[in-house]
Design a protein around this ligand. Sequence first.
Ligand SMILES: C[S@@+](CC[C@H](N)C(=O)[O-])C[C@H]1O[C@@H](n2cnc3c(N)ncnc32)[C@H](O)[C@@H]1O
Length: 494
Amino acid sequence: MQRAFQLVEKWRRKTQRRFVVSTMSIKSVFPKVALKSEVQEYLHNVYMNKELVSELGEEEAEKVFDSLLSCLSHPPALTCLRASTHTHTLQDIQHRLEQHLAQQQGSDCCAGRSFTPIIHHPQLPDVLLLPVRGPRDVRILDMKVVVGAQCGSAVLRGAHVFAPGVLSAPKFMKAGDIVSVFSDVEGRCTRGTKDFQGNKVFVGNGVCVMNRSDIFCAEGPVRGVAIKMDDALYQSPSFDGVLPNEVFLQNLPSVVVGHVLGPRPGERILDMCAAPGGKTTHIAALMANQGVVVALDKIKSKVEKIRENADALRLHCIKAHCYNSIQAICPDLTHSCSAADAPPFPEESFDRILLDAPCSGLGQRPNMAINYSLKEVCSYQPLQRKLFRTAVQLMKKGGVLVYSTCTVTLAENEEQVAWALKTFPCLTLELQEPHLGSQGMPGAELSHDQLRLLQRFRPEFSWHGATDIHGPEDLLLKANTDTIGFFIAKFMKR
Ligand SMILES: C[S@@+](CC[C@H](N)C(=O)[O-])C[C@H]1O[C@@H](n2cnc3c(N)ncnc32)[C@H](O)[C@@H]1O
C-alpha cells in the first residue's frame, strides 16, 4: 500500500500545477443532486428516522443527509476495474493496462499530465483501482455544447461524448473546435437547439470530432464519439473498448457482491436479474468457468448484452435467457421442466442465487438530477418481494441467497431484510466476507446484531467535497467508502 501511495503522490505532484483554484470554490458551484421535492422529503424522512436520530442526534443526522445529496452528484474517488484473473494474472493485466493507458494518454502527457497510477486493492484480489482527480480548475469557453444528463454523468466518470448524447451545439460548430460541455440536468434542452439558455452544469472541455451537421442532420442514427474530452472537470481515463477481454469496469460494491456470494467451481448458480452481466461474469470467473451460471433478465436486448460480455470474457458456463424471473419456477410438479439450464426450474434447483434487484437506483453516482416521482421510487418494494419469494423457493436447503440493490432507501434494503426474516423462517442472515462497507442503517427495527451482518456502502459518511487523497490509509478508506450507495444482505436456507 505504501508503494501504491508513492505512485499516487508522484501523479498528484505532476498534475498539481493544473489545480490553481482551490477545490472549495469549485465545490460551491457544483450543485447537489436535484430531486423532485416529494422524493427529497421522503428521503429526508428516511435519514431522519427515529432510530437513526436517537443514535446520531438530530444535527448530525441532518449533516449526513446533506452530505448524501452533495456526494451523489459527484463521481466516486477511484475508478474500479475488475480483472479477468481466471485467464490472466493480475500483474499481467495491470502491465497491459499501463501500456494501453500510456498510448491513450501519450499526447496528454506531453501537455503536462502524467499517467494515472494503477493500484491493487489489498482485500479484493481481482480489483485494480485508478484515482480520479477533481473537481479541477477548467476554464469555461465561449462555444458551448449541451449533452443529456446521462451523458454528462458518463463524462464525469471519464467517458468521451458520443453523438447520440449531444442535445445542443453552436450553429457553425465543426470538427477541431474546442468546446465547453454542459449537462442538461433538468432534461429541458431539445435536441438540435443552437444556444440553450436553461439550467446546465459544466462538466469539462473537449475537441469536436464531428461537425454540428454530422450530429443533427445525418440520415440514419448517428454513432461514435462526437467530442473527445481532453480537459474534463474530473480527470479519469476513458475505458471505452480498453482490453475488453481482460477488464470489466464495475463499481467496487458490485465486485464485493460476487465475493460475498462465494460461488465455487462446479456449482449451479442463478442470477435472477442479470443484465448486462457485470455480476454474472464475475460469478462465472470466480467459478473458474466450471459449473453453470443461469442468467435471466426480462429484457431481450439486455440479454444479448449478457451474452456479448460472457463471450468477450470467454466465460462459457453462462447460460443467458430472456425470462421473467418471478415466473421461473415450474408451475406443476408433475409437469417436467424444459431443459436443465433453461427456465422454468423445479424448486430447490440452485446452490446459490443472486438477486441483484431492480431498484430505484438512488445510490448511483454521479447523478446530478433524479427525475423519479415518489410513486416510482415506491414501486420497487413489491416487485423485489415477488422476486425474493421465487428466489427462496429455487434455492436448495443449505443454499445461499444474496440480495443487493444500488439504492439508499430503507424500504428496498433493511425493510426487505426484516420482511424476509419474518416471512421465511427457513432463512438466516449470514456473515459477509469481505465486509468493506458500513453496517445496515437503523430504521427497520432490526437488532444491532442483524445490522452488523448487513453491508451498506454509505459514501455520505466520508464525503468532504473533493477527491484528494491524503496518505495510504486514506487511499484505501476512499476506495472502500467513496463509492456508489449500495446494499448487500446474505441469507442461508436451513
Ligand atoms: C440492477 S439491474 C441488474 C444489474 C446486473 N446484475 C449487473 O450486475 O450487471 C436489474 C435488472 O433486472 C431486470 N429485471 C427487472 N425485472 C425483472 C424480472 N421480473 N425478471 C428478470 N429480470 C428483471 C432489469 O431488466 C435489469 O436489467
